[in-house]
Design a protein around this ligand. Structure first.
Ligand SMILES: Cc1ncc(COP(=O)(O)O)c(C=O)c1O
Length: 403
């Protein structure tokens, strides 16, 4: 943990715990480095589903080209916070109300999931126009990935076979402009694998464009840049990715490439800080029961990993009995829920862990609080803290405003 953050965390009182602490200067530095590694013709959107905390969105606003949202709720949240932000609206099962609201608030792109959704859109447009990307689920072998949303039969996007029918609908309706294709398939790929996949997807798009004689201005290859919870120092290689994309784009001088990562942008800026309530030994095996649990930080349960953590010793002990502790042995860190699934890290070696010590779980800035089952057992919610960022309240400058 960076010293500035540790200082911030040590000023939290026990009553503040569990607490989510977001490192906004760290986030800004990280997204700036990502932006700097990407070629000009790559537009960087942030997938708000990873974490739509208002201060996180404001911090990102000056450094991304827009936001990808996947529901009417996310769309109005982002629009309200950042009235000027370019928004791309994707995701399956959009309702008429969501599509209408997207049109009313001038979303920049709609990612169309099916022929039905496209036809529904035509009934809602009135005298408005809209820019769309058709989302296609290409039959590409993805190998071993953390989360595959396509490449196999799935409810995401449409089969390439169905594209022709969509082209007919678009050809007969001048209000719909086909900007390009949306080809997100998977999450959890490291840089070389992402590049190889992007190359495959774009080669397919080139062939399709040629065969169908359509002009594509842009292709969105999605998000999914890998985040390694087992080796936190193994960060996605944005420099190699940027260099590879430059080569891919050099071969396609008229194309704009869009990416929409979520996890790899915000995972590192978030910490879930809590405290040991009890230490138990069950048949010789050590368990630390923590305040809070997976109803606040569901990520390790959802992904079946050990959430990386740091122990912050707390020397205060005022009970008249010996302070229970586990030392030099593997400990399983669990929460307060009455379920064996409430495990944050399993059999991890610790030097020493005592009742009252604080535990700060790292990489809790994406798909963490916002995907957790907060209501289960009615425990209090965590408190939220942001390491200050002077720029967080400054509205962003977006690509279309720079142009
Ligand atoms: C269409 C789409 N775009 C972007 C993302 C963001 O993926 P990640 O957070 O893995 O970068 C997702 C995640 O599921 C997605 O479905």
């Amino acid at each position: 943990m960076r010293p500035a953050l540790l200082d911030h965390v040590s000023r939290l009182t026990d009553e503040d715990l569990p607490a989510y602490v977001y490192d906004l200067p760290g986030l800004r530095e990280h997204v700036q480095a990502i932006r700097a590694a990407l070629p000009e013709r790559v537009e960087l959107l942030y997938a708000a589903k990873a974490n739509s905390d208002p201060q996180i969105l404001r911090t990102l606003a000056g450094h991304v080209d827009g936001f990808e949202v996947a529901s009417g709720g996310e769309q109005s949240h982002v629009r309200q916070l950042l009235p000027e932000a370019p928004i791309a609206f994707g995701g399956p099962g959009k309702t008429s109300a969501e599509l209408t609201s997207a049109l009313d608030t001038a979303v920049e792109r709609l990612h169309i999931e099916s022929e039905h959704e496209l036809r529904l859109l035509t009934t809602l447009l009135g005298d408005r126009t809209v820019d769309v990307l058709l989302r296609v689920n290409l039959p590409v072998d993805l190998g071993q990935v953390a989360l595959a949303m396509g490449g196999h039969p799935s409810p995401f996007g449409m089969d390439p076979l169905h594209l022709d029918r969509c082209l007919k609908v678009i050809a007969s309706d001048p209000r719909i402009r086909l900007r390009g294709l949306h080809l997100h398939l998977a999450s959890g790929l490291e840089a070389q694998a992402q590049l190889a996949l992007a190359d495959k997807l774009l080669t397919w798009a080139d062939d399709w464009t040629r065969e169908r004689r359509v002009a594509l201005a842009e292709v969105n290859v999605g998000g999914g840049m890998g985040v390694d919870y087992t080796h936190p120092g193994n960060v996605f290689d944005w420099s190699a990715f940027g260099a590879g994309l430059r080569e891919i784009l050099d071969r396609r001088p008229h194309l704009t490439l869009r990416i929409e990562p979520g996890r790899s942008i915000t995972a590192y800026c978030g910490w879930y800080v809590t405290q040991v309530l009890d230490i138990k030994f069950s048949r010789g095996e050590a368990f630390a029961v923590l305040r809070g649990g997976t109803h606040h930080l569901r990520t390790p349960a959802a992904k079946q990993h050990d959430q990386p953590f740091e122990v912050i010793p707390d020397e205060v002990w005022f009970r008249p009995w010996d302070r229970p502790e586990a030392h030099d042995k593997p400990v399983t860190l669990v929460g307060q829920l009455c379920t064996p699934k409430d495990v944050l890290a399993r059999r991890v070696m610790v030097e020493r862990l005592r009742i009252g010590d604080r535990v700060a779980f790292a990489m809790a800035g994406a798909y963490a609080w916002n995907i957790s089952h907060h209501a289960f057992l009615m425990h209090p919610h965590p408190t939220f803290h942001h390491l200050d960022d002077a720029e967080a309240s400054v509205p962003g400058i977006y690509a279309h405003q720079r142009a």
